[in-house]
Design a protein around this ligand. Structure first.
Ligand SMILES: Cc1cc2nc3c(=O)[nH]c(=O)nc-3n(C[C@H](O)[C@H](O)[C@H](O)COP(=O)(O)O)c2cc1C
Length: 193
């Protein structure tokens, strides 16, 4: 059975439209082993001098290693997070900074690194305030996440986004959401994942 990990990087808890959107999309995944990980609850801190020194001699916090291995061994990684400052919130970046560990998520080989994650794909479910076209040069999240997938050896990345959310009416937002969900249904998107 497929192991899916869902990295919840939504800060606004039950007020989060991204989280609600993701729950609706992910409710269509059947016969999978899905684990939700609430990044806010983990409360990881950015790597600092002390943790850097420990990491450089292979001494990572055991909780961090546990989540690094979950990322390493998932068949599919779903990141759920809003756009903040044209990319993902710092909490998400902090999680990735912590769990991206040599010999777990990637392997240093000669003069480069090769990916060591099993996942066939990363799906990024997001909402953003502004009308930015996904994958355009203003989509800092897609650029960063695609690069990270490359480091980890994940060959497929897809962003599912609702845009302009802060500048449209609730009715328009609901209609955009319905359009996206209908599109996923009509194109058999769930079966293809
Ligand atoms: C701190 C903060 C930073 C934001 N930065 C951006 C941004 O750079 N670009 C953008 O399009 N929207 C930005 N937004 C708007 C959010 O992306 C938008 O409201 C989103 O739908 C919020 O998702 P949520 O309801 O899941 O929290 C920002 C919102 C906050 C609170």
């Amino acid at each position: 059975m497929d192991k899916i990990i869902v990295l919840n990087g939504c800060i606004r808890k039950e007020m989060s439209r991204t989280l609600l959107l993701a729950k609706e999309i992910l409710s269509h995944f059947k016969n999978v082993n899905m684990e939700w990980i609430d990044l806010q609850k983990l409360n990881f801190q950015p790597v600092n001098y002390e943790s850097y020194i420990l990491r450089s001699v292979g001494k990572c916090d055991s909780k961090v290693v546990k989540y690094a291995k979950k990322v390493q061994n998932a068949d599919l990684i779903v990141l759920v997070a809003p756009i903040w400052e044209m990319s993902v919130p710092a909490m998400v970046k902090t999680f990735f900074e912590n769990i991206s560990i040599p010999e777990i998520t990637f392997k240093p080989v000669k003069d480069t690194c090769i990916g060591n994650c099993k996942a066939r794909k990363m799906i990024f479910i997001t909402t953003r305030g502004m009308n930015v076209k996904p994958y355009s040069e203003l989509d800092g999240a897609a650029a960063e996440l695609k690069a990270l997938c490359s480091l980890w050896g994940i060959h497929d990345f897809e962003e599912l986004a609702l845009n302009n959310c802060d500048y449209i009416t609730l009715k328009e937002y609901q209609s955009n959401k319905e359009k996206l969900l209908n599109h996923l249904n009509k194109t058999n998107w769930y079966q293809k994942q």
